[in-house]
Each structure stands twice: as structure tokens, then as C-alpha cells.
Design a protein around this ligand. Structure first.
Ligand SMILES: C[S@@+](CC[C@H](N)C(=O)[O-])C[C@H]1O[C@@H](n2cnc3c(N)ncnc32)[C@H](O)[C@@H]1O
Length: 376
């Protein structure tokens, strides 16, 4: 105890010294005279600049997509004149945008023309990525007054985009148009989440899976393509199930591959006797009390030994991560009920509900999703 207090006190002294040194312009001037230290200070200065510039970067990306520049460059390189003609704006203005895109390594300038870089080509090629990027404009509008948002005093646009987070009567009035809009976005962005999840978690020997909040069934189709013998059921709100069935009727090949179960996961019966129940990008939409209730209902529905699979962006906890602790946390906050949880925070609720064998499964791209499982 005494040792711990001594270490804490040492840390406080070190902290006061650090703040004093690095906030002093005199020290900066002195450091600027020492080559190695000068490098460190300008490296950190650049970091501050990068953070400050983030919003401008997103808007350059938005313009390149919204004004169809990426599509225009997809086939071949284009000169400044060609781009300006395409955009119907002066060369001077197109040049600003093109140079911004080059600085972000989204496009490049070679042989007097502008071309897509590898990163730019991925943005054009990954299904749904441009729609996903574009829908962030809603989040940016909600972030216009971040203080109000942080205090929870904002009426947000994202809570209209994801209307199932709204309370009572308003939730009941969700139109099919709105359900199909958010479901389409989820469906097209599912491939990367499913790839990561299937790399991390094995369904070997699993006979049946129920995907709660499964949207239009994109995750289960990915599971079925790797494990064709598995019985797969999607559970989602009736509107979404209608959208899903409609989609699947249009694509003859997959009719009959999935079972559909319409319902509200907080009220309606959850099909029992499933080997695995999955929650793919579901829990982070909801506050703790909703999550606890849903997990309790899932626990009751699972047979003894049955597994729960959770895959969604997770907080880095004490080792905060930009993707989840900046982007997804503020996104879900703007949804009003959402919350990005760390593995440990999920674990606390899972243990409370009765689950055991709680395991984290390693993924290669944690900014897309993180995977954990638990057992009844
Ligand atoms: C963020 S989306 C994720 C969809 C899908 N799992 C995916 O990753 O693409 C959350 C899903 O949960 C569904 N959902 C939300 N509240 C629900 C409720 N009370 N009962 C059933 N489904 C619900 C939504 O309709 C939506 O399809």
C-alpha cells in the first residue's frame, strides 16, 4: 500500500514536470536547437495538425465521391481540363480538390493526369463503401454542436435514420421505406464484418444458428457459404423481415436458404434450441438496460452448452482505439441510445446474466469489428 502511494506520488511529480516542460514555449525554443529533439517536437506538432484537419479530410473525400470524381477516374487518368469540364467548374477550383485528393493519397498525379491510387481504387471497388462513407454526412450534421450532443440535449438526425432506437409509439411507426434504407446500408457493408467474423470464429459442428437483429440475412448467407449444412434463421423487426424476403425473392438462387422470424427481440419469443445465437452489430445500438434484457432473453432461449456470438466494434478500454473510441463511440452517441463497449464491459453484463466461457477471438481488422463468444 505504501509502495503504491509512493509510485502514485512519483507519477504525479513526473506528470507536473512533463506538463511544465512541454507547455513552455521557452523549452520549445531550446529544443528546436537540438536536431533529434526538434524532430520529435515537429512529429508531435504534425499529429496535432492531423487531428485538427480531420473534418476537412472527410469533406474532401465526400466531394470526390459526391461529385463522381472517383468514378470518372476509374477507367483512365484524366487531365485537369477534363476534370474541370466534367465538374463544370473553373480549373483553379478543380485543382484544389484534386490536390487535396492527392495529399490524402486517394488519387495521384502522373504523366500530366490524375489517376486513382490503390486506396482510391478500393473505395470505388469495395461494395457499399461509398454509400457507407456518404451516410456519415448525417453524423457530421449531428456533430455541428458537439457540446449539446455530449450533454445529450440534441434531437439527432441519426436517431431518425435508425428509428428503432426511439421510444414507444415512435418506434412502432417505422415505415418500410426507412427500414429498407438502413437495411440496405447494413447489407452492403456486411461483407467485411462477415469476413472478419468467419476468420475469427469457427462454426464447425454447429447445426443451427439464429441471427438476432440479422437485418436482411447478409451475415447468415456468408455463414452458409462457408458452412452449407447449417440451419440459419434471421430474427428482426417485421418491416426488416419483409425487406429481406422481398430481396431474396428477387434473387432466386438464395430462396429457401434462410428461415425468417419476424419479431421484437425485447418482447416476442426468441426461437429456442439453437446451437448458436449471433448478434452482429446489434448491442452497440442500445443502452445497458436494453442490452441486459436482450442478453437475459437470449440466455433463456439457448440450450445448455449453447453459444452466443457477438461481433461489433468494441472499445479498446484502457487502450483506447481511434476507430471505436472516437468514430463508433461518437456515432452511437449521436444515435442517442448507443454505446460502444470494451470486451471487459461486455463480459460484466454477460456474467451478470449467467453466461460463462467468455472468450475474445482475434481479428485482423479491429476497426471493422471485434469478435467474442460466451456459453450457457
Ligand atoms: C445495426 S443493424 C445490424 C444489422 C445486421 N446484423 C448487420 O450487421 O448488418 C441492427 C439491426 O437490429 C434490428 N433491431 C433493432 N431493434 C430490434 C428489436 N427490438 N427487435 C428485433 N430487431 C431489432 C434492426 O432492425 C437492424 O436490422
Amino acid at each position: 500500500m505504501i509502495l503504491k502511494e509512493k509510485i502514485n506520488s512519483l507519477y504525479r511529480s513526473y506528470y507536473r514536470l512533463k506538463v511544465k516542460v512541454f507547455s513552455s514555449t521557452k523549452v520549445h525554443e531550446a529544443i528546436a536547437k537540438v536536431p533529434i529533439l526538434r524532430g520529435l517536437i515537429s512529429y508531435e506538432g504534425n499529429k496535432i495538425h492531423e487531428i485538427m484537419s480531420g473534418f476537412v479530410y472527410t469533406q474532401i473525400l465526400h466531394l470526390l465521391i459526391y461529385l463522381d470524381i472517383f468514378q470518372f477516374l476509374k477507367k483512365e487518368g484524366r487531365s485537369l481540363d477534363e476534370v474541370s469540364k466534367f465538374l463544370e467548374i473553373a480549373n483553379e477550383r478543380s485543382l484544389l480538390l484534386l490536390r487535396g485528393g492527392c495529399a490524402l493519397n486517394l488519387i495521384c498525379y502522373k504523366r500530366n493526369k490524375y489517376w486513382l491510387t490503390r486506396v482510391g481504387a478500393q473505395i470505388v471497388g469495395v461494395p457499399g463503401l461509398m454509400d457507407m462513407i456518404q451516410h456519415n454526412q448525417i453524423l457530421y450534421r449531428d456533430l455541428l454542436d458537439p457540446v449539446k450532443l455530449l450533454h445529450g440535449r440534441s434531437e439527432t438526425e441519426l436517431s431518425q435514420f435508425w428509428p428503432y432506437v426511439r421510444k414507444g409509439g415512435e418506434k412502432k411507426k417505422i415505415s418500410t421505406k426507412v427500414s429498407s434504407e438502413y437495411s440496405k446500408l447494413m447489407q452492403t457493408s456486411q461483407r467485411l464484418v462477415a469476413d472478419q467474423t468467419l476468420q475469427a470464429y469457427s462454426f464447425k459442428g454447429v447445426k443451427s444458428i439464429l441471427d438476432i437483429g440479422g437485418g436482411t440475412g447478409a451475415f447468415l448467407l456468408a455463414v452458409k457459404s462457408k458452412y452449407p449444412g447449417i440451419q440459419a434463421t434471421v430474427f428482426d423487426l417485421p418491416n426488416v423481415i419483409n425487406v429481406a424476403k422481398n430481396n431474396h425473392q428477387k434473387i432466386d438462387d438464395i430462396v429457401g436458404l434462410l428461415n425468417f422470424c419476424p419479431g421484437d427481440f425485447l418482447k416476442d419469443d426468441i426461437p429456442s434450441n439453437q446451437d448458436v445465437i449471433s448478434l452482429v452489430r446489434v448491442l452497440y445500438d442500445h443502452e445497458d438496460s436494453t442490452v441486459e434484457l436482450l442478453l437475459k432473453r437470449i440466455y433463456e432461449a439457448l440450450p445448455k452448452g449453447g453459444s452466443l456470438l457477438i461481433t461489433e466494434p468494441m472499445s479498446g478500454g484502457s487502450k483506447a482505439m481511434r476507430s471505436s473510441d472516437c468514430y463508433f463511440s461518437f456515432y452511437t452517441m449521436a444515435m442517442t441510445t448507443g454505446k460502444v463497449r470494451s470486451f471487459e464491459e461486455h463480459k460484466v453484463i454477460l456474467l451478470k446474466v449467467g453466461f460463462s466461457n467468455i472468450v475474445k477471438h482475434a481479428v485482423s481488422a479491429p476497426f471493422i469489428t471485434q469478435v467474442m463468444s460466451a456459453q450457457k
